[in-house]
Design a protein around this ligand. Structure first.
Ligand SMILES: *Cc1c(COP(=O)(O)O)cnc(C)c1O
Length: 360
């Protein structure tokens, strides 16, 4: 049996073109060939992130840079905006880095309220805010623009935004939104194999980092800035993945960013229309649904684990049975990355084929 086609929200399915791109000869990372490769990816990444600043490339998963942002930026206290597994964990990570941290915690499935962020920041004492834009565990997309406007109205407070499952699926323009650090791992919305994260750092973020003690080395933003000027990385990067990143960035620009956003919105609608037929409801409130994946509340009359198993056994397609404390009571279907109208229809037809057997 071949491995199943993935419709889980990360890692997602990888295209043959990406695999092909990775099969290129190794090059020395302190030489002209590498610098040319690095430089060739920059303009495209800048366009995708909506920034004129350099985009740094970290050989790590997203958490490397998420923890790095805490270590580089937090001097007094960080406010973690928590609404699901990834955003909640950021608070724990901040504390485990020995930083002062407080959180705004909303129930899983709810979005962060910009007004609550404003009241909390009015208490003072905070110098950094973390936000997960698209909470992959609950399928909630937070109001990034409104929250960034609130945070930016407090001088000296830096905003760090995780766009792991939204970058290139919906617009997240760094410069326009005034985000200090925007980061993403590449194995979700960017549809690459895991192992890289991309991120930006504003001037204010780099200035802050310069006076923050205990930044360490591997995720020191100043090291990334210094090496980035020479089209390089602080330590040996995953060069094969950079080849893949180059291929993907070129492909995204060839598709066109707006066309890519439109495709994600349309595919997401297709999945929602499927769910409507069965009366299956989004876990996210109306208006805050993710565009790159769907998280549904499991109907009481559905045997979810039997359903998911049968979809895999009969059709070799994998969907996800919920994450963390909402495992089983929710399930998730990804439409991010390389999916098309045809691939989503094929997946939905497989669900249609199997589901009657598991509804009571
Ligand atoms: C998957 C995910 C992460 C964690 O990524 P790792 O690759 O495991 O470090 C962080 N944030 C969001 C929103 C995610 O979806």
């Amino acid at each position: 049996m071949p491995l199943p086609k993935l419709f889980i929200p990360g890692p997602v399915d990888i295209s043959p073109e990406t695999f092909q791109a990775m099969c290129q000869p190794m090059i020395g990372h302190r030489g002209a060939d590498f610098e040319a490769l690095y430089a060739s990816i920059q303009p495209g990444l800048q366009q995708i992130l909506g920034t004129s600043k350099p985009v740094y490339i970290s050989t790590s998963s997203a958490w490397g840079v998420m923890e790095g942002a805490i270590r580089n930026l937090v001097q007094t206290k960080v406010l973690n905006l928590c609404c699901g597994a990834f955003s909640d964990k950021w608070y724990g990570v901040a504390r485990s880095c020995g930083k002062q941290a407080e959180k705004i915690q909303v129930e899983w499935g709810q979005a962060i309220d910009p007004a609550a962020v404003k009241s909390k920041l009015e208490e003072g004492a905070f110098d950094t805010v973390t936000l997960v834009h698209n909470e992959t565990s609950t399928g909630v997309m937070n109001p990034l623009k409104e929250i960034s406007e609130v945070v930016k109205s407090f001088p000296g407070v830096l905003l760090v935004v995780d766009t792991v499952s939204s970058l290139s699926a919906v617009p997240t323009p760094v410069d326009e939104l005034n985000v200090d650090v925007l980061l993403a791992g590449v194995q979700k919305a960017l549809a690459l194999p895991p192992g890289l994260a991309v991120f930006t750092a504003s001037e204010a973020a780099l200035e802050r980092a310069a006076t923050t003690e205990g930044r360490g080395y591997y995720f020191d933003f100043l090291e990334f800035a210094k090496n980035g000027e020479k089209n390089n990385t602080p330590s040996t990067p995953a060069i094969s993945l950079l080849y893949a990143l180059k291929q993907k960035v070129d492909e995204i620009l060839a598709e066109g960013l707006q066309a890519r956003y439109d495709r994600h919105a349309q595919l997401n609608n297709q999945v929602h229309a499927w769910a409507d037929q069965y009366g299956i409801k989004n876990f996210a409130p109306e208006g805050f649904e993710s565009k790159s994946l769907s998280c549904f509340t499991t109907p009481e009359n559905l045997d979810l684990s039997g359903f998911i198993k049968a979809v895999r056994q009969k059709h070799n397609i994998l969907i996800n049975g919920g994450y963390g404390k909402i495992k089983g009571t929710t399930f998730r279907i990804s439409n991010m990355g390389n999916e098309t109208e045809a691939s989503i229809n094929e997946m939905l037809a497989a669900l249609d084929d199997v589901i009657p057997e598991f509804l009571s």
